[in-house]
Design a protein around this ligand. Structure first.
Ligand code: GCO
Length: 447
């Protein structure tokens, strides 16, 4: 048994996102988002599920915050639903939407929990999508107006901001792989969207500085790690590109003000180029106060030409999988964090998401999710190891506070520390909740 001790001031928390938990999709003037549309498109979400009700957190946030307080967490990451604030994406703000987030943030603060706010966790107002969505630079302007209003409204209350959640997902997964809203399948579209998201991020950071806002701002990209299957050059290159697609494609512009040439050359070979306008790269490369990192999985990758643009085949090396089918690779967490430090320097990092899908159900009032405890433990051990290697980590937020709408998987995949019964909306604390409570309260655990 070893004691894994986190330093004084290290913050533990949990994370969620608006569309996944709030419900109340048509209340108090909320407009529709691309996820309302997508989830109503037959075949896009398992069982035809949608976020109309979700966990009903819009109405039950006091109960949820009481559960957070009891959990002993210091920080809670949530996202604001843009269509509650600007039902049409732009135009006049909706007072009732603003009121809701004021009540919600006030309640967090009254309970001693620090709000960490994501501005964009994928619920783009449908009205903006109808005008071209992230393919159009108009959406960048709308995003910056929305961000500015949020900084002004919540200045002094919210001190940690993330512009974007997982831009890889809202560009490539949504516009090249077609798995998330708006469900397109075109590489050039995805590359354009990724670039516009980064420009929107940069402009929002500039606005934050210009306003002299009190607090810190960052971004929360998702990363992965692949070890090459062999030292054959094709395997090494394919694994390198797969990591580059998640990490360098976004991080090089953010930290170096340029796209990585090993990736731009690759995309150019597939007919896709980045629509860079003069000044864009300087806008993107704004200094950040912190970097959010989301990590779930990694694996071994082998070159396979037949796969096409992304020619890295996932090899089953016998790693365990979570119930969503993702390999458990805690060592990859360590490796990607060290890679990021080596390539981009020692920026303060918050792990803004890490967690596991296990679909254990309650029995006799208990949810015995020991596999989730083991997953989190193993990742915290690797995180601690990365910190010993000089990675500057300030906090860890597990995904998720409670089971919720898991995008294209609907309600079939559960990531929460708290079980939600989607018929009754009853919350049940899982074994992992009680375990995490000790970690969050003590700042250490026994391994
Ligand atoms: C994300 C996601 C979460 C998912 C989680 C599990 O940021 O990836 O935002 O919304 O639910 O990652 O897939």
């Amino acid at each position: 048994m070893a004691i894994i001790q986190f330093p004084e001031g290290f913050r533990f928390g949990t994370a969620t996102a608006s569309y996944q938990i709030e419900g109340a999709y048509n209340e108090d003037g909320r407009g529709l988002s691309i996820w309302d549309t997508f989830s109503r498109t037959p075949g896009m979400v398992k069982n035809g599920d949608n976020g109309d009700v979700a966990c009903d957190s819009y109405h039950r946030y006091e109960e949820d915050i009481a559960l957070m307080k009891e959990l002993g967490i210091q920080s809670y990451r949530f996202s604001i639903a843009w269509p509650r604030i600007f039902p049409n994406g732009d135009g006049e703000p909706n007072e009732a939407g603003l009121d809701f987030y004021h009540r919600f943030v006030d309640c967090l603060l009254a309970n001693g929990i620090e709000p960490m706010c994501t501005l964009y966790h994928w619920d783009l107002p449908q009205s903006l999508q109808d005008r071209g969505g992230w393919e159009s630079r108009e959406t960048i302007d709308a995003f910056v107006r929305y961000a500015e209003l949020m900084f002004k409204e919540f200045g002094g209350k919210i001190k940690k901001w993330m512009t974007l959640n997982e831009p890889w997902c809202s560009s490539f997964l949504s516009n090249y792989l077609g798995v998330h809203a708006p469900g397109k399948k075109d590489l050039q579209t995805a590359v354009t969207v990724a670039h516009h998201l980064l420009v929107a991020h940069g402009q929002a950071v500039m606005k934050f500085r210009e306003l002299g806002a009190d607090g810190e701002i960052g971004i929360a990209p998702n990363v992965t790690w692949l070890d090459p299957y062999s030292d054959r050059q094709e395997d090494v290159d394919a694994a390198r590109r797969e990591v580059g697609w998640f990490v360098e494609w976004f991080f090089d512009p953010l930290f170096k003000g340029e796209y990585p040439s090993f990736m731009t050359d690759w995309f150019a070979g597939k007919g896709a180029t980045v629509p860079i306008q003069p000044g864009d790269m300087d806008i993107i490369a704004q200094k950040l106060d912190f970097l959010g990192i989301n990590y779930y999985t990694g694996h071994i990758g082998r070159y396979k030409a037949e796969l096409g643009t992304f020619d890295c085949e996932v090899i089953d090396a016998g790693y365990e999988k979570t119930d969503i089918g993702w390999f458990i690779f805690p060592e990859g967490f360590y490796k990607v964090l060290v890679h990021i430090k080596d390539r981009y320097g020692s920026i303060p990092i918050y792990i803004t998401e890490n967690g596991a899908c296990y679909n254990d159900e309650p029995s006799e009032g208990r949810v015995r999710d020991s596999r989730r405890i083991s997953y989190i433990k193993r990742h915290l051990v690797q995180l601690h190891r990365a910190m010993q290697s000089g990675v500057n980590v300030k906090g860890y937020l597990t995904w998720s506070m409670m089971d919720n709408f898991e995008w294209a998987e609907g309600y079939t995949m559960r990531f929460g520390l708290i079980h939600v019964d989607y018929n009754t909306l009853v919350r049940t604390k899982k074994d992992s909740y009680y375990w995490y409570k000790k970690v969050a309260t003590n700042g250490w655990f026994e391994n």
